[in-house]
Each structure stands twice: as C-alpha cells, then as structure tokens.
Design a binder for this molecule. Sequence first.
Ligand SMILES: [Zn+2]
Length: 288
Amino acid sequence: MEVDVSPLQLREAVAALERLYPPDTASSWDRVGLVTGDLDQPVSLVHFAVDPTLAVIEEARAAGADLLVTHHPLLLRGVHSVATTSAKGTSVTSLILNQIALYAAHTNADVASPGVCDALAGACALVDVGPLEIVDGVGHGRVGRLASPLTLRDFVQRLSTVLPKAAGGIRVAGPADALVSRVAVVGGAGDDFFDAVRSAGADVYVTADLRHHPVLEAREEARGGTPYLVDAGHWATEWLWLESARSELLRELGARGTSLNTHICTLRTDPWDFVIGAATNNNTGGTS
Ligand SMILES: [Zn+2]
C-alpha cells in the first residue's frame, strides 16, 4: 500500500543503491548500474524484479513506478539499436517513454552482505554462515549448517516452501534419505563453484542452472557421496533477494530521514511454463 512520501531525486536513490551494492564489486564482465533515467527525475515508487522483461516493465508502468530495480542487466552485450524492432529496444523505449529509471544490481548484489547468496542461505535456514570462497578479498557464495541435520528430502522439501514455485520444480542429485547438515549456496548459475563446495566440506550444494556434464562428473567424483546437488532454479533462487533489496534500500534511506514506496514484482520470470514426462520415482538415480 502506498503512503505519502516526498519524492527523492533519482540520484539519491542511486546513491543509496550504490552504498548497498558498490558497482566496483561487480565482476569485470558485468554491466551494473543505471540503464535508463535522468538523475534529476523524481522517484516515489520503486519496483523490484529479477528480470527486466517486457511484462515486468508493463507491470511497473501500470503500478506507477518511477524506478525499476532488477537483478539482471537489460543490456549486458553491445546493442546497436534501441528501436522497437527488437524486444530489448522495445524495453528501453518503453522505460524512457514512461519515465521509468532502470537500475541493475547483479554480481555486486551476489557478493553483497546482505545480498543474493545471504537471502538463499536464509531460505535454507542456515546458521554459522560464512563465504564459500574468497576471491580478491570478496566473499562469493555462502556456506553454513542446519541447526539440526535433516534428510536430503526433508531439507529440500522445507526449502520448497519458501522458494517461489517454478514449472521445473527443484531437481536433486543424491539419496533422498541421506542426512545433511553442512550446506553451500550460490544464487543463480553456480556450476563454477564445485571445487569450493568440495573444499568447504558441504554435504549439499544449492544453486541453479546445473548442466548435465558438470553435474554427472561431480556425482561420479563423489562416488554417490557428498556433496549432493540441488538445482533450485535460477529465477527462484534470485527472487529471494528482492525482499532483502527492498528492506535494505528502505533502511538505507531511513537512516537519512527519507523513504519511498516499494513494490515487489508479482510475475514469474522463469521462462519455463510446464513440464511433461518427469520421472516420478524421486528416490532413484543412476549415479546417486
Ligand atoms: Zn542470475
């Protein structure tokens, strides 16, 4: 519900976001920060989403948002046109015509504390949480433990109650009845971190976008043992961050005596719509 707030200048909202998610902590290949908008434009309502899709931009417009904060960048690679002949061009044009500033906090939000991986660690109910790997002084991923061990099945079942639902569900590699305690997490695509997960002694690794060969090889190396793997979905594992970003932005603004209205996107931007033919026995697997 909206309350009366004095609009801020976009530059104030951007400054708050950059205190929370410093752009210089983003990966070198990444493109974070302000995509559209005028730093002098007023901002009253911020909309938070994982992906700046056309439907999300339309939802932000219909809500009357002046600032859309997304995790994924709209323009990661070079573009030569923002005409409405392409979806990205339509997105940029719509944002500009509707005076919606777009701001992306991507790999800088992954490594922030609290950031994307903390939100996933929280959803997994981890305690004693620390970085999974430290690269150049920056902590990537998180590892912690469950307050008491659970079976792999119960752990994932519990996680499923706090993750938003996606068509693909949650895929698990490992024996359903094995007890797990130490858990590593990386929100979004995380198959670069298998070595760190093994070094951290994790019983289970929760991430997304796990592909056939890396997963099969990791399960072969584990000889059926730990780490078990959980592919909880790219959108779902990052969606958890939206509430964190919203509350952190409000806290940051509140510390300076300002506030804004906020919305969290209600749209599922996971691109998959339905699944057919999934195996129904969830307690068997060739390598588990
Ligand atoms: Zn992502």
